[in-house]
Design a protein around this ligand. Structure first.
Ligand SMILES: Cc1ncc(COP(=O)(O)O)c(C=O)c1O
Length: 284
């Protein structure tokens, strides 16, 4: 039996239904989060739940729970589903209301959450992945983790069709982020990633990478970099909740760092793993 949360209650998935006029379904009018679960424990739950709150506030959705309350509910679902390693997904939409672009009044947000078993992408992390470049055609509020992901989906699909793992998006020459990850390059020992502004999602993993860099005296800069910088980088990597730190070893068929993961990327993988172990215990 698989359980989910709907409307604050844990129920059998078969009994969870959402109205066809839910604004998430009709407009993508909502926000979401994905939190990694290792050994049955959430990693960086607090950070994700604060970002969820912030995303909701940016589009004037009122989440009717405090982050600590939400965390308890999510823990309950993880336990109920006996999830050891995987993810927990949650979303809040503006709620159910007759279709109308303007926000409805006095409508309660719809909250759903479910868990899924997902293995760590060990082989891509060890061997690296390929990527393509693609125009970033998304809106100008990519800092909001909104349900509206069409631009991201189109980018990812292009990557898959090209036999690649990720699409590195760019506005003009400036690289923003991946379709479902942040992108960083390493040049002369310095990790460089796009500033956390409206053009990217400020990834929780990106923030962890920044923290471990600072703690370990690895130079870290938040500044714009270009397509050319990627092609001439010593190393390139993705960061994200499910990909952790994944090396990119080829972009548009050009090999990066000789086609193998670089030293700084490997070091960051280890430092992030140390953080995971600190919070969730040893990973086999
Ligand atoms: C567009 C985008 N950027 C960045 C990220 C990485 O964010 P996080 O590290 O919080 O998973 C994601 C993750 O889903 C994403 O969808």
């Amino acid at each position: 039996m698989e359980y989910v949360i709907i409307g604050g209650e844990i129920v059998d998935r078969g009994h969870a239904t959402v109205d066809i006029e839910d604004r998430g379904y009709q407009f993508g009018d909502g926000v979401y989060e994905v939190i990694r679960v290792y050994n049955g424990k959430m990693f960086t739950a607090r950070e994700h739940l604060i970002r969820l709150q912030e995303s909701a506030e940016k589009i004037s959705i009122q989440i009717p729970y405090q982050p600590t309350e939400l965390e308890e509910m999510l823990k309950g679902l993880i336990d109920k589903n006996n999830l050891s390693n995987g993810i927990i997904y949650m979303q809040f939409t503006r709620g159910e209301s007759p279709r109308n672009h303007a926000f409805p009044h006095n409508v309660a947000p719809t909250f759903v959450a479910y868990t899924r078993k997902v293995d760590r992408p060990v082989s891509s992390m060890q061997e690296g992945v390929k990527a393509i470049f693609i125009d970033d055609i998304r809106w100008l509020r990519c800092d909001i983790k909104s349900l509206n992901l069409l631009g991201n989906l189109l980018a990812k699909q292009k990557a898959v069709e090209a036999g690649c793992f990720e699409a590195i998006q760019h506005r003009g020459d400036i690289v923003t982020e991946g379709s479902s990850s942040n992108v960083a390059i390493v040049k002369n020992g310095t990790v460089i990633t796009h500033p956390a502004n409206n053009l990217i999602l400020n990834g929780i993993t990106r923030q962890k990478v920044k923290q471990v860099c600072e703690q370990n005296k690895i130079p870290f800069e938040e500044k714009e970099f270009t397509i050319e910088d990627v092609l001439h980088a010593d190393e390139v990597f993705l960061s994200g909740t499910t990909v952790e730190v994944t090396p990119i070893v080829e972009v548009e068929e050009k090999k990066i760092s000789g086609g193998t993961p670089g030293q700084v990327t490997k070091k960051l993988q280890q430092l992030i793993m140390d953080e995971i172990v600190k919070e969730c215990g040893t990973i086999e």
